[in-house]
Design a protein around this ligand. Structure first.
Ligand SMILES: [Zn+2]
Length: 124
């Protein structure tokens, strides 16, 4: 039981589906969903509804806390690197690359670098 996560949706318990009805016969209540993993919101929400509920309640505060954009960001040579594949040798022999969306330059990377979400060539 301790490995189960609770959906962070602020109104999860208010969606009265059968699977949320828990407890002994006389004391059943609709409860927040509890699962080993969730698909939505980086594994924090049981459904898009719950993710949207949370965002409607807290999204503005979260954006203000972490920094609201006040001017548009610009894609340039320094921040245009995206992880991609080089398909030149076919699907089976594809290799991992960093592709610059502006210059179209490709640089080979390892599968490990491809899967490492902290690994980036972007400067800004
Ligand atoms: Zn939920």
């Amino acid at each position: 039981m301790s490995d189960l996560k609770l959906c962070q949706g602020t109104r999860c318990h208010q969606y009265n589906t059968k699977d949320r009805l828990k407890g002994t016969k006389e004391n059943k209540t609709f409860q927040t969903r509890r699962r080993s993993s969730f698909y939505y919101g980086n594994g924090n929400f049981c459904s898009l509804n719950c993710q949207n509920d949370w965002f409607n309640d807290f999204g503005d505060k979260a954006i203000d806390h972490f920094g609201r954009l006040t001017e548009p960001k610009h894609l340039n040579e320094n921040n245009a690197w995206v992880k991609s594949y080089d398909w030149d040798n076919g699907y089976e022999n594809r290799t991992y690359v960093y592709l610059n969306q502006i210059t179209k330059e490709q640089r080979p990377i390892t599968e490990q670098q491809y899967n490492d979400s902290n690994y980036t060539l972007n400067i800004s």
